[in-house]
Design a protein around this ligand. Structure first.
Ligand SMILES: *Cc1c(COP(=O)(O)O)cnc(C)c1O
Length: 369
């Protein structure tokens, strides 16, 4: 027998790092419950799309499968051209990542030298804080107001050492969004030594007339990086594909830290097809918005408080969130406990297909935890 590897040289701060707790996979839960398969389990834990990916994206992946012996196009030319055209920015304004999570890390690589500070709000998307800890960067959490980013508090948290500010809009796990005019004022008032990353993971769900025009700030040359993803509304979370939109000078800095083949060829092919299937995107949007309205009403009727959401999930006050999560799991419904976000009395539930939403509400209403 070989001796166990002790990793004795690992510093204490590395040992103390927390890891991200993802939504529990279907197969895991099936095994725990002693079920033969995943059928009948509703995964409403990771804000995945209710209808899956576009059939056109699936066809594109099948067609691409026979070419997987080839390295991907490291510059993603085809996807880049189509997306740039769609967004009305130059192709040099885009950077693709293995999920937008990778882009969050690239931002730290490029901007957060030792001594730098990063600002977000409390109950913001947890990855910002975890990556800051991994980079040993001071992470300042501004207070929220009604579980919504308080942009004035965030601006007040900026110091001469601040390099990066994260605004998830709508935010995960709260689902809340800041007013467009407030965001514009915040961005326009930022000092020059700060870059703001506006994480728009749920942007495609918003009504076109509600969409914040964050790209306007990019075009105006402001230090803004917009993050988007194919994981949520496009239903391609399993492929890991996100993108950043920024001025070419900023993109080039982030490029220095990007692995040459970070975005796989299957993902590129699927995304090109998904972008073209606007009818499917619209169907997903409609399913989420109708499901969300139904679920809010049904939860309120059952006596639960929810936070007004503009994303594909709801924050539900259940009391004893982790126990509720566990009890729902026994009912074959996976949701997300939120103690890691300092919200131990809440769970987050993704809007699923209508029958999943109904099962969730009935199960929650019937729980005794
Ligand atoms: C889901 C989510 C992401 C991560 O997206 P990936 O592209 O799958 O890495 C980023 N930001 C927010 C706010 C999210 O909710």
């Amino acid at each position: 027998m070989t001796a166990p590897v002790a990793f004795t040289a690992v510093p204490d701060w590395v040992r103390a790092l927390r890891t991200y707790e993802p939504g529990r996979p279907l197969e895991d839960v099936a095994r725990d419950l002693g079920l033969p398969g995943i059928e009948g389990i509703a995964k409403l834990a990771s804000n995945e799309a209710p209808l899956g990916p576009s059939p056109k994206a699936v066809a594109a992946m099948r067609a691409a499968a026979a070419r997987m012996h080839l390295y991907p196009d490291g510059y993603a030319h085809a996807l880049r051209a189509r997306l740039a055209d769609r967004l009305g920015v130059g192709p040099d304004h885009l950077l693709f990542g293995n999920g937008s999570n990778e882009l969050i890390e690239l931002l730290f690589h490029a901007l957060a030298a030792p001594g730098a500070e990063v600002v977000a709000s409390e109950c913001a998307f947890l990855v910002y804080k975890l990556v800051a800890a991994a980079f040993q960067i001071r992470f300042i959490e501004a207070p929220m107001r009604d579980l919504t980013h308080d942009l004035e508090a965030m601006a007040a948290a900026i110091t001469p050492d601040t390099r990066l500010v994260f605004v998830a809009n709508p935010n995960n796990p709260t689902g809340t969004r800041v007013a467009n005019a407030d965001l514009d004022r915040f961005i326009e008032g930022l000092p020059e030594h700060v870059v703001v990353a506006v994480d728009e993971a749920y942007a495609e769900l918003l009504d076109p007339e509600d969409q914040p025009d964050t790209l306007r700030h990019v075009r105006a040359g402001r230090p803004v990086v917009v993050l988007r993803t194919f994981s949520k509304t496009y239903g391609l979370a399993g492929l890991r594909l996100g993108y950043a939109i920024a001025r070419p000078a900023g993109i080039q800095l982030l490029e220095r830290f990007r692995q040459p083949f970070n975005v796989n060829a299957m993902a590129q092919a699927a995304a090109v097809a998904a972008l073209e299937d606007e009818a499917f995107l619209e169907e997903t949007r409609r399913t989420v918005r109708e499901g969300r309205a139904w679920m809010e009403r049904a939860l309120h009727e059952a006596g639960f408080e929810t936070v007004p959401s503009e994303a594909n999930f709801l924050l539900v006050k259940t009391g004893a969130g982790r126990e509720t999560f566990q009890a729902l799991m026994r009912e074959r419904i996976i949701v997300r406990p939120l103690d890691a976000y300092g919200l131990p009395d809440h769970i987050r539930v993704t809007i699923g297909r209508p029958e999943e939403n109904r099962r969730f509400v009935e199960a929650l209403a019937g729980l005794r935890v």
